[in-house]
Design a protein around this ligand. Structure first.
Ligand code: BDR
Ligand code: CA
Length: 310
């Protein structure tokens, strides 16, 4: 079993990613850290607990991390995700407690207490918590097995500005720290997730499971896909964050290249742009595997099968 920690800002797609992880016996979820992103931290941490309770996993430790980016004011995305961040299903207020330890302290403690190279970090939101851990504890980065993150966009451009994807835009300094940390890094950008669309048939497959979790997933997707469908003119919206978990479970669903990635932090116009050397036109060293394509049918098949287990 692979040990993972999920760092997240739910977000409907974050919630589906958490459910996918909790449904998968290959993965041991050591804990979940919340970060400010789609909505402020007091909502994201509650949304994580609601999602764990939906999965019947009140045993999972949920920790609140950073409530704002390293150097910038928080930008949120209620226009996509609704005022709670997970508008759609009617999930009850959670009764499982928020753990008192700070999310960054939890990350550092776990990575320092486990053998080097045994913990995979799954990042589904702005990278503030991970960057803070990297900056605070010099032994943190060398001990992390790998980071798989959803963020960035290159050929697809951005979704919050023409140049930047939301997770990287919100905290570009954090993203730059993560990219420079020397950790085995897999980046799943919009180029990949925009091929994983929640078509009507795929949402109906979640509904057809006929369980409260299947219905909740259909309701989560039903809410947030409206915004992207109108924006992109597609049947369905990109289901971004579960790609991170799916990549751990079934890496052959994805293809990409190991290349250099740098983050724009200087310009206001292109703040948070992920500058991917896809064509290897520089001699900058490769620091990430950037995934550019996904077998969308296989991805939704995996998701539907796993969600049906909960
Ligand atoms: C990313 O931003 C958030 O809105 C989603 O949860 C996802 O992590 C997509 O740009
Ligand atoms: Ca997210």
């Amino acid at each position: 079993m692979r040990k993972i920690i999920i760092d997240t800002d739910p977000g409907q797609d974050d919630a589906v990613a958490i459910l996918l992880a909790l449904a998968s016996r290959e993965l041991e979820v050591l804990g979940i850290t919340a970060v400010a992103g789609n909505v402020p931290l007091p909502l994201t941490e509650v949304n994580v607990r609601k999602t764990c309770e939906l999965a019947g996993r009140t045993d999972i430790g949920v920790y609140a991390g950073a409530d704002r980016p390293l150097e910038r004011a928080l930008v949120t995305a209620e226009h996509v995700h609704g005022k709670t961040g997970i508008d759609g299903p009617d999930l009850p207020e959670p009764t499982m407690p928020l753990r008192t330890q700070h999310g960054v302290d939890f990350l550092i403690e776990q990575v320092m207490d486990h053998a080097p190279g045994t913990i995979t970090l799954c990042a589904l939101g702005p990278l503030t918590n991970l960057a803070t851990a990297i900056r605070r504890e010099p032994e943190f980065a060398p001990r992390v097995a790998e980071i798989v993150l959803m963020g960035g966009g290159y050929f697809e451009g951005g979704n919050i500005t023409p140049a930047a994807e939301f997770n990287i835009y919100v905290d570009p300094e954090a993203a730059a720290t993560v990219c420079a940390a020397g950790i085995d890094l897999t980046i799943i950008p919009l180029d990949c997730t925009h091929k994983a669309l929640t078509t009507r048939a795929r949402v109906e497959a979640f509904r057809a499971i006929g369980t409260p979790v299947g219905d909740a997933v259909a309701d989560l997707i039903g809410f947030f896909e409206r915004f992207d469908e109108a924006k992109y003119g597609t049947d369905g919206a990109p289901l971004h964050d579960p790609c991170v978990i799916a990549q751990l479970l079934q890496p052959d669903l994805f293809t990409g290249r190991t290349v250099n990635v740098e983050i724009e932090t200087g310009s206001e116009l292109t703040r948070g742009a992920t500058v991917v050397d896809w064509w290897r036109v520089t001699d900058r060293p490769a620091n990430a595997t950037v995934l550019g394509d996904v077998d969308a049918e296989g991805y939704f098949k995996l998701l539907t099968e796993r969600i049906a287990r909960l």
